[in-house]
Design a protein around this ligand. Sequence first.
Ligand code: ADP
Length: 159
Amino acid sequence: MKIAIYPGSFDPITKGHLDILKTGAGIFDKVIIAVARNSEKKGFLPVDERVKLIRESVTHLDNVEVDSFEGLTIEYAKKRGAQVLIRGLRAVSDFEYELQLSQANSALCEDIKTVFLTTKPKYNFISSSTIKEIYLNNGDISKFVPQPVYDYLVKRKVC
Ligand code: ADP
């Protein structure tokens, strides 16, 4: 059974992330989308809310599990019996960082391979930080995030 981990901040999950996840779910037997708990980095949304929103956004994907983890991604991947890490690439600017990360992970455990996926062009420019910026400036984010995220953020603003 080929298990892949899709790790990230997902703060919040976007349609770009979802597109990568869907592609991954079509390639691997199981994909675990895992939110990194980073105590140093104060996020926009609490990790537990991010996990809940991802769960609500992936109900159509049978072989996807949602989880969170602390510490090194590669240790988490080993613990979950994964052979693959999925990362997404948007532009050349992502490449250098992602290449370094994948090489570091491969130096830590050469049996776990990083696979890079890309999205449909219409989702390519979407990032969680762009969405936060648009949302905080009262712009319309409905095209960029799954419905549960949209509903959650609209409700949060009203409260
Ligand atoms: P991180 O903080 O680990 O970069 P993110 O949640 O920002 O976490 O992103 C997780 C992964 O998804 C990264 O590999 C990132 O490049 C990728 N990604 C995010 N948005 C997109 C997108 N629109 N198209 C392709 N890949 C994306």
